[in-house]
Design a protein around this ligand. Sequence first.
Ligand code: NAD
Length: 356
Amino acid sequence: MFRNTLVTGGAGFVGSTLALALKSRHADMQVVAFDNLHRRGSELSLARLRAGGVRFVHGDIRIPEDVPAAGPFDLLLDCSAEPSVLAGIGESPAYVTQTNLLGTLNCLEAARRHSACLLFLSTSRVYPIEPMRRIPLVEDESRFEIDGARCEGPGLSAAGIAEDFPLTGARSIYGTTKLASELFAIEYADSYGVPAIIDRCGVLTGPWQMGKVDQGIVVHWVASHFFGRPLRYIGYGGSGKQVRDILHVDDLVALVERQLKVLPSAHGEIYNVGGGRSCSVSLRELTGLCQRATGKTVEIQPVAEVRAADIPVYLSNTERVRRAFDWAPAYTPEPIVTQIAQWVSQHAAELEAVTG
Ligand SMILES: NC(=O)c1ccc[n+]([C@@H]2O[C@H](COP(=O)([O-])OP(=O)(O)OC[C@H]3O[C@@H](n4cnc5c(N)ncnc54)[C@H](O)[C@@H]3O)[C@@H](O)[C@H]2O)c1
């Protein structure tokens, strides 16, 4: 097992959860959480990290010297990013490209110099938007479904998007920074022998996600119900039938534990990681779950116009990752929403300002 783990983005939702989980499961492992606290709410992780024995280092992956200065490490979990697909839309792309692409390059270079292994958290947003908008759908009372009978071409079935879905087309600035980073991770694996695994994640969620309207939709929806804030069904006629698979972050932790066992001999393998069809929700369905979990109903305004970079359905086809790691998500949507509602209720004073 690894002795020194550096988690970039270690005060963020995924980074802090992974850092604390690794430290609690491997007492001998030194775990450093590295973060510039760019995301509002990440500062709330600092007390949790300290209590869990994880050292926090304030640093910025955009600064090449900052990452290696965080100390020796033999494992780098790259969870630092501007994670919103809306980043750079209608605004300068500087922060998202400098962090998600140049920052990742700095992380890769630090991994090369430290002879460390890399786990890179990528995104389903590497798949291009227009082809995903053309996926054949059927509509039922509460959601859109992929019409398996009309699916054509590689990487597409009723089970969702697989890794061989074609990559030609625009995918948002965010998705482009992540795809470019994947390509560099694969080059570093090939040219410099930096062992690497790439997880293309769909929607991740769970407690300690600072959900906002542009990212972290499940927590945003639950918190909005809890705090009585109005919501909007944006796009697709305002029907709220758009669908995502969701993965509880603890299920991701279970997968990462399995991946770390083979990481030293990995060569940049790519896996679609998500809850899959059996752990998916439409916004309408999520509303019902939130109403049950919080006992509250909020006003939801329909907005017909589709938002930039939005797609009606994304389901991760997780067959490859399930087979490779004998892994399957344990959570289904209802317990996820119930758990998040309890967490919001327990931390309402801190969360009211940083969610939404
Ligand atoms: N949450 C999801 O649904 C989801 C889905 C797919 C992929 N991902 C990927 O997972 C990773 C973690 O996402 P998350 O949900 O924890 O996001 P998050 O915003 O909660 O965490 C990211 C952390 O990175 C930090 N950060 C941002 N810029 C930085 C910089 N220049 N230097 C150092 N730290 C910086 C932020 O302060 C934040 O704490 C990201 O790479 C994201 O692209 C997340």
